[in-house]
Write a protein that binds this ligand. Sequence first.
Ligand SMILES: *Cc1c(COP(=O)(O)O)cnc(C)c1O
Length: 463
Amino acid sequence: MSRSAHPAGPRHGDVLPEGHYSAPPADLNVLDPKVWARTVTRNEDGAVTAGGLDVARLAEEFGTPAYVLDETDFRARCRAWADAFGKDADVFYAGKAFLSRAVVRWLKEEGLNLDVCSGGELTTALEAGMPAERIAFHGNNKSAEEIHRAVEAGVGRIVLDSFQEIVRVAHIAQSLGRRQRVQIRVTVGVEAHTHEFIATAHEDQKFGLALAGGQAAEAVRRALQLDGLELIGIHSHIGSQIFDTSGFEVAAHRVVGLLKAIRDEHGVELPEIGLGGGLGIAYTSDDDPREPHEIAKALSEIVTRECEAAGLRTPRISVEPGRAIAGPTAFTLYEVGTIKPLEGLRTYVSVDGGMSDNIRTALYDAEYSVALVSRTSEAEPMLVRVVGKHCESGDIVVRDAFLPADLAPGDLIAVPATGAYCRSMASNYNHALRPPVVAVRDGEARVIVRRETEEDLLRLDVG
Ligand SMILES: *Cc1c(COP(=O)(O)O)cnc(C)c1O
């Protein structure tokens, strides 16, 4: 299913067809471990804890809305990905999912590499002590200044995305007396979303250089000629929230085809292949993501098989999970403000945040679940739509979910799986103050990104 936004904006005032949402769960008090961070549990007394801390206490101490991030889970996911791919592959965490200095330190300690795609992400990474050689720099329009900083810092690789950039990076590297390791990002004509992918002969998008029509081959030709560049491989990234490896299979087949053409034309076998990120997570109980070790096995089998068929040595694989690491590790804690039952439709539950802290529902029609976390309830389930406090009818956090019918203003509800692309895409719309990220671990809570204040807003407004 295509996830492109409708030009008229998010759906407005529609009544969803019957069966869009699943039936209510048997017990609304049960937290499905699939969608909640590892240490989140409901105790026997009904209290929900994360990292051993009562979430109602967290709300008291840090306010709402707040992102609560399970550091134990984050670190465990880093290790699971690193272990799954082992010594013959490189795992780069995609920093755009969520990046802060604490996160960089966790990545560094757990043995992961890091993808950045802007000067700001690069600064955060270097500032927090990520060794430059473990950083990859992505993006379709890196500025000359960003490239200069990246090369000067000694980043492990720059992923080239256009003909102009090939020349720019080569020139800057030479001016600094460097030879920059680079990959070329190619578009392979595969677009993957969840369980389906579309394979086409051409690409209509801003990223990369197309395999079809020979752009990618021409980029390789140019990169191999420039002294400032050391071409180490080909990179492809096919989509997001992917559950099935069949899209990667088509992509790998096409990329290996290019590697073979490069060998035949230039006599070089490039040592690396980048397969990008996009591995799916469970946003709701209906999603069934695969474990890192299954994905690692499938991807390495695909690449090995394709290379054997092409008579090539198997290159070193790199992957770039972003949401698959950060996504499941956090939930957003909100306080219920107003409740409006609409006869025969659903009940609108307004919370103290909204599209400023989670734009994904409005932007991608993303699905989320929600739970009452400040108490238990034996009331009947009611169909709700959780909405924010912004001046948009498309300001929806959770489109369809069930909460107990005795829900009341002042209750705390939490939306799980908001660790990726929520804080990192948060905005100041309506002059909202972006929520803090509170990391919990072994009974301790630590603010790793503080809540914005009105002074922060006014500081940028120079009058
Ligand atoms: C966004 C992105 C990723 C990470 O995607 P996830 O869905 O978070 O895994 C990896 N690589 C590239 C090039 C990307 O643009």
